[in-house]
Design a protein around this ligand. Sequence first.
Ligand code: URA
Length: 278
Amino acid sequence: MTSWISGMSSTTGPRRQPEPDPDEAWPADERDSLVDVPGGVRLQKVLAAAGVGSRRHCEELIGAGRVEVDGEVVRRFGARVDPQHQVIRVDGKRIPAREDLVYLALNKPAGVLTTMSDSHGRQTMADLLGDRAERLFHVGRLDYDTEGLMLLTNDGELAHRLTHPRYGVPKTYLADVTGPVRRDLGRQLMTGIELDDGVATADKFRVVETAGSRALVEITLHEGRKHIVKRMLAEAGHPVSRLVRTQVGPITLGSLKPGATRDLSVREVGELYAAVGM
Ligand code: URA
């Protein structure tokens, strides 16, 4: 028995073939418009060298359409790109493709200057970094007696943006202060503290623990003024006896030992770029 549908089709003549999709006419790996950069490096090699994963994993990412070069998805394994000048992203996050760029986290101990040299012979960042060939910038400053997370890089544009007030990158500190802490201290800090050079405001505040006449507090702010945390807390009646920076934007100090450095991961560098719109 002829079904109603097949009956219909037999009475309407041969079925019209759909128009070929011009995109589908090409194998997936020849579709993207990216023109190979003469003398460029194969995309999967660039991704693997940046630490994204093995070549095979990188090829899978490319095949899955998760890799962009200068804003265009590239699915062709053999595409040759220029890692010095092109912006390469995986899942929308920029990767550190330039092999000459270095991104480090350092746990600065107290008693170290945030400079690369000192005419008075005090310990500096350079003493902690050893004989590195790159000319590294420290991203912002910590006081001589402040400890904790310092980012260092030779990526000048990133370093500039991370310290520029326009990008408002938040920094978090643990402060050992004279207690006991008033219940409304957090509200006061987040409303704004009047200082000699203008009002300073915390983004977040919490009391981590209290012990007798001391308290450990955590404060987050996106201010970059000199001695800002110490001045804010002192003005609020809680002088700081020890200050440790635990986070800059998306990067945390974690368990890095005092005086030690570590390379930031590809993901961390991508998050830093994202934090400053790069
Ligand atoms: N605020 C300070 O008071 N000191 C630092 O080192 C950093 C922030």
